[in-house]
Design a protein around this ligand. Structure first.
Ligand SMILES: [Zn+2]
Length: 361
């Protein structure tokens, strides 16, 4: 059930606080710690069941989609239904919706000390990393959900489909053995994938499982706790990620049900490995035959354009830049233009910010 007061890409602590104040009446809302710049790192606990689930979002400050999704999840529990009340008898859920509030405010991946918290799982050099580790040890969860956003560049496998959601059951050792906890995480991912295939067929990817103990997911998996990485990605024309938000919400709900009712156990490891691995094959715009746009005597070539996200007083601005040029035969565009086609050329000329990239050089 969507929380309408929180939307778009720029989501920081001031945006989520009114909602957390509202749900205080039903759920336990506490301060798990504070950030370097003294912003509260909040934690919400609900349910009274024996199965304990820990979720955290926005450890990378500019990755807000899953934060919106967990607020929607909390809102569903807050509004209540027979189904959600039944779930809360079976699980105890703790959510840290914004682990890196300083990064969220500045719209940066890193925290205020410019440290990537997802490379700090062993050093625990940052207060935010300590907060998460402390919650993990005190709560001793049966499942963890590590919630992120991914860039628009990812395709689900080598196909012309964006990875609207991607998952990983991280490795727990360099040999990437399928341990018991990894297998449980894989099975829950399989349940989410099945639900998503009905909604966004072919748009689910799987991350490669190279082991890095400095990453939080790998570190928690090493402790024997099934940990699931969720990466919210691109859906066509949804740069505010409001559609993806809904898909993440649905995936998380499916996962909670599968865990609460123990239905994930029957899933097979092979179904997890059948999910195509993420590839970096997309540009935001792919322009073919740019020599026509440039009015130059050049051999035919293509350009891949991406957006750089910049925070200004109005929010996030998407500024295009040329990422790659060449023949680029294997790449796809979320939007593709071929300058040989007069209609495409006309449309492109109306996108001044893009055509300027070619005309000014
Ligand atoms: Zn991330």
């Amino acid at each position: 059930m969507k929380v309408d007061s929180v939307s778009g890409r720029y989501v920081h602590h001031d945006h989520i606080r009114p909602f957390l104040d509202k749900i205080k009446t039903r759920f336990k809302v506490a301060q798990a710690g504070i950030s370097i710049q003294s912003i509260s790192i909040d934690k919400i606990t609900l349910g009274e069941g024996p199965v304990k689930i820990l979720m955290w979002s926005q450890m990378h400050g500019n990755e807000s989609t899953t934060t919106k999704a967990v607020l929607d999840l909390l809102n569903t529990f807050y509004n209540g239904s027979d189904k959600s009340d039944e779930l809360l008898k079976r699980i105890t859920l703790t959510i840290l919706p914004m682990l890196n509030p300083d990064g969220a405010h500045a719209y940066t991946r890193e925290n205020a000390n410019k440290v990537d918290l997802n490379r700090d799982a062993q050093d625990l050099s940052q207060p935010e990393s300590v907060v998460l580790r402390r919650e993990f040890e005190a709560f001793a969860p049966d499942f963890c959900f590590n919630l992120h956003d991914q860039r628009t560049i990812f395709s689900a496998g080598p196909f012309p489909k964006p990875a609207t959601l991607s998952f990983l059951s991280p490795a727990a050792d360099p040999g990437r053995k399928v341990t018991g906890s990894r297998l449980s995480a894989m099975k829950v991912i399989t349940c989410m994938n099945r639900e998503l295939q009905d909604l966004i067929p072919g748009q689910v990817g799987r991350y490669d499982d190279a082991f890095n103990p400095n990453c939080v997911g790998d570190a928690f998996q090493m402790s024997g706790t099934p940990t699931i990485l969720v990466e919210a990605g691109h859906y066509p024309e949804d740069y505010n990620r409001e559609k993806t938000r809904m898909f993440v919400y649905k995936a998380l709900w499916t996962a909670l049900e599968a865990i609460a009712f123990d239905t994930y156990q029957v899933e097979r490891e092979s179904n997890y490995f059948d999910i195509p691995e993420n590839k970096k094959l997309f540009f935001d715009f792919l322009i073919r035959n740019t020599q026509i746009l440039e009015k130059k005597e050049l051999p035919p070539y293509s350009a891949g354009i991406l957006f750089r996200e910049e925070l200004n007083s109005d929010g996030i601005r998407f500024r295009p830049y040329i990422e790659k040029e060449g023949t680029l035969p294997e790449y796809y565009g979320h939007q593709t233009f071929d300058c040989i086609n007069k209609g495409d050329l006309e449309k492109l000329r109306q996108k001044e910010e893009i055509t300027r990239l070619f005309l000014k050089r």
